[in-house]
Design a protein around this ligand. Structure first.
Ligand code: ADP
Ligand code: MG
Length: 696
């Protein structure tokens, strides 16, 4: 769908509004605003209280405020950049207005003696408090003496369209759009149950809150008018994801339902019975595989709940049925480890998994690709390298994606193309980043969800302590004790997001320092800049117990499985996310030994960071950790908006509006069943063409 030309929303084109010429229209069109009605759905993301003027002397750094005063001085200076500085005073103090871009006319207008009303954000500058590029207008004309009567909406920035213009346009749009012109695509039956304001009423309120509106209520996004709009927005997204899912489910896939002889042999060989939760999830997966349409299933299971074996069984079913299965991991280290586990598990069945990473030497790579293409390699394990075009499968029936929080809707879509001719592969996505149910309903509405909600027996919960790094010596003594007693430990070095080179260096320094402090302990080091063979050797020696203390960067975050390791130390824990820390902590507590995790922090510790670390100390339940994380951070950060394909919402907030989600889901069903014609315009209104899900 192309925007800017099709005017389907009962709307007149924006060019009909006063002051909108082709240039402005094209700027608006870039944001998907073609019609007068579209303008109404450009919603304020903030409000400003200009209902009273603040004395200049009371301005503080960071305040957004309206001030009024007289120009005392205006001069163009050439410091680093040419700029116009205007000194404004009101008897309580003075302030500098700074303009980097200004016209000759502006310069003339801002002459000494002029009274100005300005609005903007006060900052500390070289000359005291200043406002850069304030909104301003002359205040000496008689009709501007009164202050604003209502809260002033601030709109999402549109390049080349100043806020004042956006306010003017939305005011015109409100005036031009009567009740009859603005179609409400929510069927009456749904509106009745909602008990929220009508659409036009809600829009009028958020664009121009009345004089008695509470800034606090509006800024928190909980006003009924906002909730009404949030409901619609969530509904539009929910329907989009469901349609996507329905579309995929109509695609053809291979129905996989072998007797399960290979899987049975694997289970007999691993030496432990599956937990009840693993059995249940496996049944759900098998039911999906048996259908000739692609499975799209997300398996959530806390760290250590045993997702890998479940995936291995599903893969074996495909192999038994004569097809190939691929397993994709987010890091090379994890891919290597999966390959080793699978190799061990599958050796008695005479199946050799193929490890395909970006680091294979050319000849090995060509041989590997040939084996994938002729179907002789039935199980292929790798990283993103599996996505590459040259990787062609002969008979791919299943793609397993491990630790899905790093893959988004888009990537899931790309995997579809890897299937055998004319058929699409089943998709199994596994994650230990537990997504609270309400969020999963929205973020993953295109997936079915299975939960492994039980850990294998005999695990002891990890005891977590939070300490300042001034107590490092004590921690080192603890490592000495653990390693002396035959147990193993991890020491995780600080995350340095800007540079993995610096991160690697820091890890090397830490390893060297620990070697001095713990001469009797065998220490190994792994980090992301190491050549793979060296890293593999170190990991193998750690697994075999020849290394007692593994110093590592966060490369060991996901998946690494060494049951004898029972102590984990994380440095600069305050820099890491909760989900990441929970994952790291999941490296211990895998054996029967009581395990502990020491989270070291470096001062100063912000109150928020303190709260976050306390969450980990107080709970070992990944779902609870995720729920608290969501509360403290918001869903965008938790999921990584870009990574999930979850678009930025305009009014809705998945945490704040979580209570609306059950009604949103029910409404999506009603709309899809009985009001299909309303769906396209509703989606266009809220999602438009700017946000694309899926097939890209
Ligand atoms: P995760 O869900 O975090 O990926 P893994 O699949 O790595 O967990 O399993 C963690 C460990 O538990 C592995 O050593 C695995 O072999 C073991 N395991 C898996 N299922 C069971 C079970 N039912 N009983 C005992 N151990 C199990
Ligand atoms: Mg795993």
């Amino acid at each position: 769908m192309t925007r800017g030309t099709d005017v389907t929303d009962g709307g007149k084109p924006v060019t009909g509004l006063r002051g909108v010429g082709p240039a402005l229209a094209s700027r608006l069109a870039k944001k998907g605003i073609a019609t007068v009605t579209d303008l109404l759905f450009l919603l304020p993301n903030r409000y400003e209280d200009r209902t009273h003027v603040v004395p200049i002397g009371a301005l503080r750094h960071g305040m957004r405020a309206a001030v009024e005063g007289e120009i005392e001085l205006a001069e163009v200076v050439f410091r680093r950049r040419r700029s116009l500085l205007v000194r404004l005073a009101d008897g309580t103090g003075f302030l500098t207005l700074r303009f980097f871009h200004f016209s000759a006319a502006q310069q003339q207008q801002l002459a000494r003696g002029t009274r100005l009303r300005c609005f903007g954000e006060a900052r500390r500058g070289p000359l005291g408090i200043e406002i850069v590029h304030p909104e301003y207008r002359r205040a000496d004309a008689p009709d501007t003496q009164a202050v604003e009567g209502v809260l002033t909406p601030a709109y999402p920035a549109i390049e080349g369209v100043p806020q004042g213009r956006l306010r003017n346009l939305t005011a015109q749009a409100l005036a031009a759009t009567g009740e009859g012109e603005l179609r409400d695509w929510l069927p009456a039956e749904l509106q009745r149950d909602l008990r929220l304001p009508g659409l036009r009423e809600a829009l009028a309120y958020v664009h121009r809150p009345p004089p008695d509106a509470s800034l606090e209520l509006l800024e928190s996004g909980r006003h009924p008018a906002q909730r009404r709009l949030a409901f619609e927005e969530l509904l539009a997204h929910q329907i989009t994801l469901r349609e996507l899912r329905n579309e995929i489910r109509r695609d053809p896939a291979h129905a996989i339902a072998p007797p399960g002889a290979l899987a049975a042999r694997l289970q007999a060989g691993v030496g432990f019975p599956l937990t009840a939760a693993q059995h249940r999830v496996l049944r759900e997966i098998r039911a999906d595989l048996a259908v000739p349409h692609p499975m799209l299933r997300l398996v959530q299971g806390d760290v250590g709940s045993g997702k890998t074996i479940v995936a291995a069984i599903a893969a074996l079913d495909c192999v038994e049925a004569g097809f190939q299965a691929a397993l994709m991991a987010p890091t090379e280290l994890l891919a290597e480890q999966h390959a080793q586990n699978f190799a061990r598990w599958l050796a008695p069945l005479a199946i050799e998994p193929l490890l395909l990473t970006g680091r294979l030497a050319e000849r090995a790579r060509r041989a590997a690709l040939a084996g994938v293409a002729d179907g002789s390699r039935a199980i292929v394990i790798g990283t993103h390298a599996l996505f590459q075009e040259e990787v062609r499968f002969a008979r791919l029936a299943l793609v397993v994606v491990d630790e899905q929080h790093r893959f988004g809707v888009h990537q899931r879509m790309r995997l579809r193309d890897k299937g055998a001719t004319g058929r699409y592969p089943h998709q199994l996505i596994m994650t230990a980043t537990p997504i609270p149910r309400t969020l999963a309903m929205t973020a993953y509405a295109d997936l079915d969800v299975s939960v492994i909600d039980q850990l294998p027996p005999g695990r002891t919960p990890v005891q977590t302590v939070v300490l300042p790094d001034s107590r490092r010596d004590q921690v080192i003594a603890r490592i000495r004790g653990a390693c002396g007693g035959g147990r193993q430990a991890y020491w995780v070095c600080p995350l340095i997001e800007e540079s993995d080179l610096l991160e690697a260096q820091a890890a090397e320094d830490t390893a060297a320092a620990l070697a001095v402090a713990l001469p009797e302990v065998a220490i190994g080091l792994v980090h992301g800049r190491m050549p793979v063979p060296a890293r593999e050797r170190t990991m193998a020696r750690f697994k075999a117990g020849q290394i007692a203390l593994l110093v590592a960067t966060t490369v060991i975050e996901v998946g690494v499985d060494v049951p004898n390791a029972s102590l984990m130390v994380v440095e600069n824990a305050e820099r890491m996310g909760l989900a990441q820390l929970h994952q790291l902590r999941g490296r211990v507590g895998r054996g029967s030994e009581a395990s502990s995790c020491v989270l070291l922090w470096h001062p100063p510790l912000s109150p928020l960071a303190k709260q976050r670390l306390a969450v980990l100390r107080n709970t070992s339940d990944g779902f609870e950790v995720a729920r608290r994380d969501l509360e403290l951070r918001g869903p965008g950060e938790l999921l990584g908006t870009r990574q999930t394909g979850l678009p930025q919402m305009r009014v809705a907030d998945l945490v704040r509006d979580a209570d609306l989600l059950p009604a949103v889901q029910a409404a999506a069903e009603v709309m899809m069943r009985s009001h299909a014609a309303n769906i396209a315009p509703l989606k266009r209104r809220w999602i438009g063409a700017a946000t694309r899900y899926g097939k890209v």
